[in-house]
Design a protein around this ligand. Structure first.
Ligand SMILES: [Fe+2]
Ligand SMILES: [Fe+2]
Length: 249
């Protein structure tokens, strides 16, 4: 068994759907795929994409990204949307909670970015960021980040085998390049969930896969390997050949 990773499939773009259809039907039948969020916002697109991946891999693990929690086409708020997405996964047979696969624990983690409370105006100054228009948070939630991290807590413990964890958002600032190299300068305001790093350390992850920034990385920091392998938007892709990246095995 090998473990592969991908994120940011954004299959509301036809080009991305067509690319995924090219995934081999034979090569991955003994393997596991981790999907680190941002498939699409429409449930039928999420369902179609997960079904395609299920047909290629032995087991698919998934954690939603920010696009999944947009409610522009839905009734209800983003927390209700989250539960609808999880229900869809249960129905399709996609794993959204920890499982041990051939001696490796795979731990999906929920997260949301935290904005710097000291920053002037906080996240509201990130002009044009779609989540501020398309996500709808219930009044009781306080901080979406704290809400989702709390849902992870029952799974944060010591496991009896190596751990591979994954999240949509970045647990550390240093997984982003310095701001002068960022095309979208305000990305750090809407990408990082620092308390997630504490959960990853408590899990003792050997590898942590993440998504969201669309900036592919593979680096070791303080003993953990952090990997992003985003399919990206069609306009961002430049010569990446492997659709999925092996992170274990
Ligand atoms: Fe994305
Ligand atoms: Fe994202």
């Amino acid at each position: 068994m090998r473990i592969f990773a991908v994120s940011d499939l954004h299959t509301d773009f036809k080009e991305n759907r067509l690319l995924l259809e090219q995934l081999s039907r034979e090569e991955y039948t003994q393997d596991v795929l981790l999907v680190a969020g941002d498939i699409a916002d429409r449930l039928e697109v999420i369902g179609e994409t997960l079904s395609l991946l299920i047909s290629r891999f032995a087991r698919v693990f998934y954690t939603p990204g920010n696009h999944e929690l947009w409610t522009r086409n839905e009734m209800g708020d983003s927390v209700e949307k989250y539960f609808r997405v999880i229900e869809l996964c249960d129905h399709l047979g996609v794993a959204t909670s920890p499982e041990k696969k051939q001696g490796v624990w795979i731990i999906p983690l929920l997260s949301w970015y935290e904005t710097d409370p000291g920053a002037d105006g906080g996240a509201e100054r990130v002009e044009g960021w779609a989540d501020f228009y398309f996500c709808k948070w219930p009044d009781w939630i306080g901080s979406p980040s704290a809400y989702f991290l709390k849902l992870n807590e029952p799974h944060i413990k010591t496991y009896d085998a190596p751990v591979v964890s994954f999240s949509h958002f970045l647990p550390r600032r240093d997984l982003l390049p310095p701001v002068e190299h960022l095309r979208f300068k305000q990305l750090p305001e809407v990408a990082i969930c620092e308390p997630l790093e504490d959960q990853i350390r408590r899990l003792g992850s050997a590898v942590h896969v993440f998504g969201h920034s669309h900036i592919n990385r593979d680096l070791r920091l303080d003993g953990i390997r952090y990997v992003q392998h985003a399919l990206q938007y069609p306009r961002e892709r430049n010569g990446q050949t492997e659709l999925v990246k092996v992170v274990w095995g």
